[in-house]
Write a protein that binds this ligand. Structure first.
Ligand code: GUN
Length: 294
């Protein structure tokens, strides 16, 4: 038996459609058009691809995108000045500074300078702390997308063994809070974990966020498990071209897993849909409106 493929592209399109309908309703009822500022520093090719697809998704949802592209050599002070202006601009409900930033800029300073209620990435220490203590706040988009995808297979994750590989602030750590909130039993594995394959084999839900191409092999997977692959790795392909693979060896894994996300077309599109969700949520909160059930 081969695994059910979790079609992130179509699940994300469905969510984006609901968000667009709500944006239209907000505009009609409250003359409110949610807006997001996307800030890119330099020309990192991967960042340029992400930023372009984010801006397109924002426009498709009927929201406003304010794109700011700054040169690689911009100073931290200049970037902080821009963030100050965006914080004060009522048309801007969300602010996203694309990471990574050049080495001369301290990303933590930059993230901390974003108004917490506009931090649609959910990276601000205040949002991370609110999330960790169970208070409402903005939650990082990629982990939120992972949990929403897993729940399309099993709506109730309560009591399941969830194993997350990777402990980054962007994915691994917020996933712990999200999975605990679903009442899963959560293990975070990382580069120092002993017997990583054995730990993974315990997982009913396995989420790989490592950044190493096809590291998770088929025999690391418990038969029937839900596998969510966060990896986006560029590897040499045919005819001198490159191709994108995940952190999971897909061809092996799909023979063992119960359900699995493809790469591309799994977590990536959900990250962008969740960014729109966070922007809508931020716009509602900033305007004293309750957030609709989608
Ligand atoms: N770089 C890689 N992923 C992300 C993300 O989710 N948000 C931002 N701002 N930068 C990233």
């Amino acid at each position: 038996m081969t695994a059910r493929i979790i079609d992130g592209k179509s699940i994300a399109a469905d969510l984006r459609g609901k968000i667009a309908a709500e944006v239209a309703r907000l505009q009609a009822a409250h003359q409110l058009v949610p807006g997001i500022a996307v800030v890119q520093v330099g020309d990192n090719p991967a960042s340029s691809v992400y930023v372009k697809s984010k801006s397109k998704a924002v426009a498709d949802a009927g929201m406003r995108a304010f794109d700011h592209k700054l040169p690689e050599n911009v100073s931290e002070a200049e970037l902080l000045t821009l963030i100050g202006l965006l914080n004060a601009d009522p048309k801007v409900n969300g602010i996203l500074v694309q990471l990574p930033l050049p080495a001369h800029i301290d990303a933590q300073n930059v993230v901390a300078a974003i108004a917490a209620d506009k931090d649609v990435d959910g990276f601000h220490p205040l949002n991370a702390g609110r999330h960790a203590t169970g208070l409402p706040g903005l939650v990082p988009c990629t982990p939120l997308g992972c949990v929403l995808l897993a729940k399309t297979v099993l709506p109730l994750l309560a009591g399941l063994e969830a194993v997350v590989i990777g402990r980054s602030n962007i994915v691994g750590k917020p996933l712990v809070q999200l999975l605990l909130a679903e009442n899963a039993t959560v293990t975070v594995a990382h580069s120092k974990t002993r017997d990583l394959p054995g730990v993974c084999r315990r997982a009913d839900v396995l989420i790989a966020a490592i950044g190493r191409p096809e590291m998770v092999r088929g025999d690391w997977i418990k038969p029937g498990a839900i596998v969510i692959d966060v990896g986006i790795n560029r590897v040499p392909g045919e005819a001198g071209k490159s191709r994108i693979v995940g952190d999971v060896a897909f061809a092996e894994a799909e023979k063992i897993a119960g359900a699995i996300t493809p790469v591309p077309g799994g977590v990536g599109p959900m990250t962008i849909a969740c960014l729109l969700l966070n922007t809508l949520r931020a716009a509602c909160a900033q305007n004293g409106l309750s957030f609709p059930a989608l």
